[in-house]
Design a protein around this ligand. Structure first.
Ligand code: ATP
Ligand code: MG
Length: 218
Protein backbone atom coordinates (compact mmCIF):
# COMPACT_ATOMS: atom_id res chain seq x y z
CA UNK A 1 0.00 0.00 0.00
CA UNK A 2 1.00 3.58 -0.50
CA UNK A 3 1.20 5.88 2.49
CA UNK A 4 1.53 9.66 2.31
CA UNK A 5 3.54 11.62 4.87
CA UNK A 6 2.53 15.24 5.38
CA UNK A 7 4.76 17.20 7.74
CA UNK A 8 4.29 20.73 8.98
CA UNK A 9 4.05 22.97 11.98
CA UNK A 10 0.26 23.00 11.70
CA UNK A 11 -0.08 26.09 13.90
CA UNK A 12 -2.95 25.63 13.33
CA UNK A 13 -4.06 23.11 10.71
CA UNK A 14 -6.42 24.65 8.11
CA UNK A 15 -8.58 23.71 5.13
CA UNK A 16 -5.70 24.36 2.71
CA UNK A 17 -3.73 21.52 4.32
CA UNK A 18 -6.70 19.18 4.38
CA UNK A 19 -7.81 19.75 0.82
CA UNK A 20 -4.23 19.47 -0.52
CA UNK A 21 -3.72 16.16 1.29
CA UNK A 22 -7.06 14.86 0.03
CA UNK A 23 -6.22 15.71 -3.58
CA UNK A 24 -2.78 14.09 -3.39
CA UNK A 25 -4.28 11.03 -1.72
CA UNK A 26 -6.70 10.67 -4.59
CA UNK A 27 -4.22 11.48 -7.37
CA UNK A 28 -1.63 8.95 -6.17
CA UNK A 29 -4.09 6.37 -4.82
CA UNK A 30 -2.62 6.59 -1.34
CA UNK A 31 -4.35 4.42 1.20
CA UNK A 32 -3.62 6.93 3.90
CA UNK A 33 -2.05 10.32 4.45
CA UNK A 34 -0.31 10.68 7.80
CA UNK A 35 -0.17 14.20 9.18
CA UNK A 36 3.04 14.62 11.17
CA UNK A 37 3.18 17.77 13.30
CA UNK A 38 6.73 18.98 13.90
CA UNK A 39 8.04 19.20 17.46
CA UNK A 40 10.50 22.02 16.91
CA UNK A 41 10.13 23.72 13.57
CA UNK A 42 13.71 23.98 12.30
CA UNK A 43 12.86 26.52 9.61
CA UNK A 44 11.07 28.96 11.86
CA UNK A 45 13.26 31.11 14.04
CA UNK A 46 12.32 31.52 17.67
CA UNK A 47 8.70 32.58 17.22
CA UNK A 48 6.10 31.31 19.66
CA UNK A 49 4.00 28.35 18.57
CA UNK A 50 1.20 26.49 20.28
CA UNK A 51 2.52 23.55 22.35
CA UNK A 52 3.01 20.37 20.36
CA UNK A 53 0.29 18.45 22.18
CA UNK A 54 -2.22 21.19 21.43
CA UNK A 55 -1.32 21.23 17.71
CA UNK A 56 -1.47 17.43 17.66
CA UNK A 57 -4.91 17.42 19.29
CA UNK A 58 -6.22 19.97 16.79
CA UNK A 59 -4.86 18.00 13.81
CA UNK A 60 -6.32 14.79 15.23
CA UNK A 61 -9.73 16.37 15.50
CA UNK A 62 -9.45 18.03 12.10
CA UNK A 63 -8.72 14.77 10.26
CA UNK A 64 -11.28 12.80 12.25
CA UNK A 65 -13.98 11.26 10.10
CA UNK A 66 -11.71 10.81 7.08
CA UNK A 67 -10.62 7.16 6.93
CA UNK A 68 -7.94 8.19 4.42
CA UNK A 69 -6.23 10.44 6.95
CA UNK A 70 -4.22 9.69 10.06
CA UNK A 71 -1.93 11.48 12.51
CA UNK A 72 1.51 10.53 13.78
CA UNK A 73 3.12 11.88 16.94
CA UNK A 74 6.49 10.51 15.90
CA UNK A 75 8.21 13.90 15.73
CA UNK A 76 6.72 14.95 19.05
CA UNK A 77 8.23 11.92 20.78
CA UNK A 78 11.71 12.58 19.40
CA UNK A 79 14.10 14.98 21.13
CA UNK A 80 15.50 17.97 19.30
CA UNK A 81 14.51 19.47 15.97
CA UNK A 82 12.22 17.58 13.62
CA UNK A 83 14.08 16.57 10.49
CA UNK A 84 12.17 14.88 7.69
CA UNK A 85 14.99 12.39 7.01
CA UNK A 86 14.76 11.12 10.60
CA UNK A 87 10.99 10.86 10.37
CA UNK A 88 11.09 8.99 7.08
CA UNK A 89 13.81 6.68 8.42
CA UNK A 90 11.65 5.83 11.43
CA UNK A 91 8.56 5.31 9.31
CA UNK A 92 10.54 3.16 6.90
CA UNK A 93 11.63 0.93 9.79
CA UNK A 94 8.08 0.63 11.13
CA UNK A 95 4.90 -0.83 9.72
CA UNK A 96 4.39 2.00 7.23
CA UNK A 97 7.72 1.06 5.66
CA UNK A 98 6.29 -2.17 4.33
CA UNK A 99 4.27 -0.07 1.95
CA UNK A 100 5.45 2.65 -0.36
CA UNK A 101 6.09 5.97 1.36
CA UNK A 102 5.20 9.21 -0.39
CA UNK A 103 6.46 12.40 1.19
CA UNK A 104 4.25 15.41 0.43
CA UNK A 105 5.97 18.69 -0.22
CA UNK A 106 4.83 22.07 -1.53
CA UNK A 107 6.50 23.22 -4.77
CA UNK A 108 8.04 26.15 -2.89
CA UNK A 109 9.50 23.84 -0.25
CA UNK A 110 10.83 21.52 -2.97
CA UNK A 111 12.65 24.41 -4.61
CA UNK A 112 14.47 25.02 -1.30
CA UNK A 113 15.02 21.37 -0.42
CA UNK A 114 18.79 21.64 -0.95
CA UNK A 115 18.90 23.65 2.31
CA UNK A 116 17.32 20.78 4.30
CA UNK A 117 19.21 18.52 6.70
CA UNK A 118 20.71 15.52 4.79
CA UNK A 119 18.42 16.27 1.87
CA UNK A 120 20.09 13.84 -0.53
CA UNK A 121 18.99 10.92 1.66
CA UNK A 122 15.40 11.99 1.59
CA UNK A 123 15.07 10.90 -2.03
CA UNK A 124 16.39 7.41 -1.21
CA UNK A 125 14.02 6.99 1.72
CA UNK A 126 10.75 7.91 0.08
CA UNK A 127 9.00 8.93 -3.09
CA UNK A 128 8.21 12.62 -3.18
CA UNK A 129 4.95 14.22 -4.26
CA UNK A 130 5.52 17.85 -5.15
CA UNK A 131 2.24 19.73 -4.73
CA UNK A 132 1.87 22.53 -7.19
CA UNK A 133 -0.85 25.06 -7.50
CA UNK A 134 -1.60 25.74 -11.17
CA UNK A 135 -0.66 27.65 -13.17
CA UNK A 136 2.70 26.32 -12.04
CA UNK A 137 5.61 27.10 -14.32
CA UNK A 138 7.87 24.61 -16.05
CA UNK A 139 8.75 20.95 -15.69
CA UNK A 140 10.03 19.18 -12.60
CA UNK A 141 13.77 19.64 -12.12
CA UNK A 142 16.10 17.67 -9.86
CA UNK A 143 17.02 19.29 -6.53
CA UNK A 144 20.15 21.42 -6.63
CA UNK A 145 23.32 19.32 -6.51
CA UNK A 146 21.53 16.05 -7.27
CA UNK A 147 20.96 16.24 -11.03
CA UNK A 148 23.21 13.22 -11.57
CA UNK A 149 21.04 11.05 -9.35
CA UNK A 150 17.87 11.55 -11.34
CA UNK A 151 16.52 10.61 -14.74
CA UNK A 152 13.43 12.07 -16.35
CA UNK A 153 10.51 9.74 -16.93
CA UNK A 154 7.18 10.43 -18.56
CA UNK A 155 5.66 11.10 -15.17
CA UNK A 156 8.39 12.98 -13.37
CA UNK A 157 11.84 12.00 -12.12
CA UNK A 158 13.30 8.70 -11.10
CA UNK A 159 16.03 8.57 -8.47
CA UNK A 160 18.85 6.03 -8.89
CA UNK A 161 17.40 4.25 -5.83
CA UNK A 162 14.25 3.58 -7.84
CA UNK A 163 12.13 6.10 -5.97
CA UNK A 164 10.10 8.71 -7.77
CA UNK A 165 9.46 12.42 -7.64
CA UNK A 166 6.09 13.41 -9.09
CA UNK A 167 4.30 16.66 -9.59
CA UNK A 168 0.73 16.71 -8.36
CA UNK A 169 -1.40 19.65 -9.39
CA UNK A 170 -3.71 20.75 -6.62
CA UNK A 171 -6.43 23.36 -6.29
CA UNK A 172 -5.21 26.74 -5.15
CA UNK A 173 -6.69 27.37 -1.71
CA UNK A 174 -4.59 30.27 -0.64
CA UNK A 175 -5.02 29.79 3.10
CA UNK A 176 -2.08 29.85 5.51
CA UNK A 177 -1.71 29.29 9.23
CA UNK A 178 -0.31 32.81 9.35
CA UNK A 179 -3.59 34.15 8.02
CA UNK A 180 -5.56 32.12 10.57
CA UNK A 181 -3.32 33.33 13.41
CA UNK A 182 -3.73 36.96 12.32
CA UNK A 183 -7.50 36.63 12.21
CA UNK A 184 -7.51 34.98 15.64
CA UNK A 185 -5.30 37.71 17.10
CA UNK A 186 -7.63 40.41 15.81
CA UNK A 187 -10.78 38.66 16.90
CA UNK A 188 -11.82 38.28 13.26
CA UNK A 189 -13.75 35.31 11.88
CA UNK A 190 -11.87 32.11 11.05
CA UNK A 191 -14.98 30.39 9.73
CA UNK A 192 -14.33 28.48 6.44
CA UNK A 193 -10.57 28.81 6.93
CA UNK A 194 -10.37 25.92 9.39
CA UNK A 195 -12.60 22.87 9.80
CA UNK A 196 -15.69 23.59 11.84
CA UNK A 197 -14.68 20.73 14.16
CA UNK A 198 -11.81 22.80 15.58
CA UNK A 199 -13.04 26.39 15.16
CA UNK A 200 -14.69 26.90 18.57
CA UNK A 201 -11.73 25.25 20.32
CA UNK A 202 -9.29 27.55 18.55
CA UNK A 203 -11.33 30.61 19.45
CA UNK A 204 -11.41 29.53 23.08
CA UNK A 205 -7.68 28.73 23.13
CA UNK A 206 -6.69 32.13 21.81
CA UNK A 207 -8.66 33.86 24.56
CA UNK A 208 -6.46 32.31 27.25
CA UNK A 209 -3.25 31.77 25.31
CA UNK A 210 -2.99 34.59 22.77
CA UNK A 211 0.80 34.20 22.54
CA UNK A 212 0.52 30.67 21.07
CA UNK A 213 -0.76 32.14 17.84
CA UNK A 214 1.18 35.39 17.91
CA UNK A 215 3.92 34.31 15.48
CA UNK A 216 3.78 36.41 12.37
CA UNK A 217 6.20 34.59 10.12
CA UNK A 218 5.33 31.80 7.72
P1 ATP B 1 2.61 29.26 8.20
O1 ATP B 1 1.78 30.36 7.63
O2 ATP B 1 2.77 29.30 9.67
O3 ATP B 1 3.89 29.01 7.47
P2 ATP B 1 1.37 27.16 6.67
O4 ATP B 1 -0.04 27.46 6.35
O5 ATP B 1 2.39 27.37 5.59
O6 ATP B 1 1.75 27.91 7.99
P3 ATP B 1 2.74 24.84 7.54
O7 ATP B 1 2.46 24.08 8.77
O8 ATP B 1 3.93 25.71 7.49
O9 ATP B 1 1.43 25.68 7.20
O10 ATP B 1 2.73 23.90 6.27
C1 ATP B 1 2.75 22.51 6.28
C2 ATP B 1 2.75 22.04 4.85
O11 ATP B 1 1.52 22.39 4.22
C3 ATP B 1 3.84 22.65 3.96
O12 ATP B 1 4.36 21.61 3.14
C4 ATP B 1 3.12 23.68 3.12
O13 ATP B 1 3.72 23.82 1.86
C5 ATP B 1 1.73 23.06 3.00
N1 ATP B 1 0.66 24.06 2.86
C6 ATP B 1 0.42 25.11 3.64
N2 ATP B 1 -0.65 25.80 3.25
C7 ATP B 1 -1.12 25.15 2.15
C8 ATP B 1 -2.23 25.40 1.26
N3 ATP B 1 -3.05 26.43 1.42
N4 ATP B 1 -2.39 24.52 0.24
C9 ATP B 1 -1.54 23.48 0.07
N5 ATP B 1 -0.50 23.21 0.87
C10 ATP B 1 -0.27 24.03 1.90
MG1 MG C 1 4.48 27.62 5.88
Amino acid sequence: VRVGVFGGTFNPVHLGHLRAAEEVREALSLERVLFVPARVPPHKGGEPVAPADVRLELVTRAVGGNPGFGVSDLELRREGPSYSVDTLTELQEGAAGEGELWFLMGADAYREVHTWHRYAELFRLANVAVMRRPPGAGPLVAPRGLAGDFAATGEGLRHRSGRHVRLVDITLLDISSTQVRRALARGCSIRYLVPEAIRPTLEALVRDNAHWFAGSRG
